[in-house]
Design a protein around this ligand. Sequence first.
Ligand code: 3HC
Length: 296
Amino acid sequence: MKKIAVIGAGTMGNGIAHIFAQSGHDVSLIDVNEEALKKAISTIERNLDRQLTKNKITIAEVKSALQHIKTFTEMSEGVKGADLVIEAATENGDIKAKIFKTLDEVTDPSTILASNTSSISITKIAAGTSRPDKVIGMHFFNPVPVMKLVEVIRGYCTSDEVTASIMDITQKLGKVAVEVNDYPGFTSNRILMPMINEAIYTLHEGVAGVQEIDTVMKLGMAHPMGPLQLADFVGLDVCLAICNVLYEGFGNPKYAPCPLLVNMVTAGKMGKKSGEGFYDYSGGGKDLVVSKSFAQ
Ligand code: 3HC
């Protein structure tokens, strides 16, 4: 696979473009928003520079990676000749369905169509195309250049051949590919989100404060971030959406999102990206300050 197209220039999309370009693939980064594309390129430059400063890559590799990325606002232009398209657009089922319908029409019938969805059913996305055997999940983790895992999700109709080639290309990127089946939350979020939701319940019920909960999990369980900081980092709206997928998908009350999470999202407190969640990021997030008392 030589040419890769990435749909969506947000945090995940620019990270995915970054790692494919760094490993020598021609990458088309596609977004309807020209400004988002400019911002994505400057983020990729900044992150490559970070790797350069740490002596992880050379200046020649930085230049080569940047030369391998072209940006497009028109999807049909950007996906021309692509062997693999990875969709990393907004986590919204209707938007993804529209994108896959268009991709099915404008790409070569042999092109593999992957989604970086964190929770939407791959089987459902695939069912809206004429090639469900060539639709697969490639779930990357944020920050993409740092996190080793790619969860490879087989939809009900995904072929063995397509799964094998996605496992192979993922490993060639220097990532670890883990194959899982398509059920709500896949494997990663089926385990991660109940932990985050339980941490929010622990706060909501006044068992412990924000910093206390995060410190317990960081120092007691050796997690790099506590669950509340991680929720802010992922986005509280994304956490809520995934909790709802689990709740609706399994029909089990144990997955019901905590009312505090629902309230915070309704109030526009989405975590780091909105400037406030469990912590206040108005100072740039360097010194984490608990955003409010959360007193019961
Ligand atoms: N690009 C390139 N390198 C980056 C980077 C980026 N975007 N962000 C961080 N780095 C590098 C740094 O340069 C540094 O490199 P070094 O080890 O060579 O010094 C290293 O990563 C660590 O970064 P920092 O020193 O700045 O900061 P930390 O030590 O606090 O690490 C972190 C930051 C890697 C984000 C760490 O806190 C962490 O692992 N957090 C948990 C992340 C996590 O769980 N992600 C998954 C979220 S869930 C998800 O994405 C799935 C979804 O479906 C919900």
